[in-house]
Ligand binder design. Structure first.
Ligand code: NAD
Ligand code: DAU
Length: 334
């Protein structure tokens, strides 16, 4: 099988490439990645020689057309992925997430190739802390940030191309991923690398916002399940019942790293900060038989902390610039 992975030098895409090479030895993998600040071939260390790597933009139709045509399946991870960046400058989010997806869809339409669209639970907006409900495939779209609005728009493009042009496409909307090779701008890697540097973790606002954590390997196993078994045109929500508020995550990071669990700072809150995400993944589990392999967040987090301790050379080059950017908009408030 010839697999085209967009965004394969990013956090989730590079894990997907590794998992694919391990579990499907016959697969012929091509990575298309623009190597933005968030992508690096170092995320493919050890497997780069086993793939065809193409540096380029998913919004470049001339590049994308032939790559798609020579594939059996396209798995689209490439995106601008960070909410805080989308608040500072939404323009690359519109270009990559909307125009990039449109460009891929047109290439897929021309060649009739199978397509899987990787998306986020953030397209559904947020839930109240006390709300007993979780997101399902029927929850109305209500994105809050430029990032989530651009992902919601990309989902709508896929759905329209399925309905109007009969694309053989599936979509997945997953909750917050954690694991190795996540950029230090994101919540968990930022705190872990802060603690390594002797800096106190930074919690936005009151720290009570809830995210529904899933290990990146479980996310990608679910993506393969959907590609193999999912019904064309369908959306599947991916989640592992991992709800936890940010304060408890920070306290656990500190505890696992041998520090005082209360040694964190509150900083300026994120504008429009979604309060809670929670995924009901019954459709994926019951229809397609997927279950998560990482049973406890604590064990997965401990392994992730070990990875950052052992792989400083991977994250160190990004750390200073990331913190300098945060310092422009965030101040300690308590
Ligand atoms: P990431 O920011 O770590 O990686 C994105 C990758 O896409 C990078 O390698 C980057 O170089 C590449 N890229 C960006 N713009 C590009 C362009 N125009 N052309 C080609 N490549 C480009 O992101 P991630 O966290 O790995 O997320 C991957 C996908 O999963 C995204 O679509 C995101 O919306 C979705 N998702 C992420 C999470 C999460 O918790 N991180 C959860 C659910 C869904
Ligand atoms: O839900 C899926 C989404 O999860 C993905 O679509 C996004 O690509 C991914 O970035 C993630 O979005 P979040 O905004 O939830 O992730 P982030 O890591 O930026 O923040 C997680 C929570 O932690 C959020 O409530 C904001 C908070 N936070 C974040 C940072 C960076 C802090 O309290 N302190 C921080 O320093």
């Amino acid at each position: 099988m010839r697999v085209l992975v967009t965004g394969g030098a990013g956090f989730i895409g590079s894990n997907f490439v590794r998992q694919t090479l391990e579990t499907r030895p016959g697969a012929d993998v091509t990575v298309l990645d623009a190597l933005t600040y968030a992508g690096s071939t170092t995320s493919l260390d050890g497997v780069l020689d086993a793939v065809q790597f193409v540096e380029g933009d998913v919004a470049d139709a001339e590049l994308v057309g032939p790559l798609v045509a020579e594939s059996d399946v396209v798995v689209h991870f490439a995106a601008e992925s960070h909410n805080d960046n989308s608040l500072a400058d939404p323009s690359p989010f519109v270009r990559t997430n909307l125009v990039g997806t449109f460009t891929l869809l047109e290439a897929v339409r021309a060649s009739g190739v199978r397509y899987h669209h990787v998306s986020t639970d953030e397209v559904y907006g947020d839930l109240a802390l006390e709300d007993p409900k979780k997101f399902t495939e029927d929850t109305p779209y209500a994105p809050s940030s430029p990032y989530s609005a651009s992902k919601a728009g990309s989902d709508h493009l896929v759905r329209a191309w399925v309905r109007s042009f009969g694309l053989r496409a599936t979509l997945s909307n997953c909750s917050n991923n954690y694991g190795p090779r996540q950029h230090v701008e994101k919540f968990i890697p930022r705190q872990v690398t802060n603690v390594i540097d002797g800096v106190r973790p930074k919690l936005y606002g009151d720290g009570l916002n809830v995210r529904d954590w899933i290990h990146v390997e479980d996310h990608n196993a679910a993506v393969w399940t959907i590609i193999d078994e999912g019904r064309a045109g369908e959306t599947y929500l991916i989640g592992a019942d991992g709800e936890m508020n940010n304060r408890d995550v920070v306290r656990l990071v500190l505890e696992l790293m041998g520090e005082d669990p209360d040694a964190y700072d509150h900083v300026t809150d994120r504008a429009g900060h979604d309060r809670r995400y929670a995924i009901e993944s019954g459709k994926l589990r019951e229809e397609l038989g997927w279950t998560p392999r990482f049973e406890t967040f604590r064990d997965g987090l401990a392994a992730t902390i070990d990875w950052y301790r052992e792989n400083e050379a991977w994250w160190r080059p990004q750390k200073e610039a990331t913190e300098a950017k945060y310092a422009l908009s965030q101040q300690v408030v308590g």
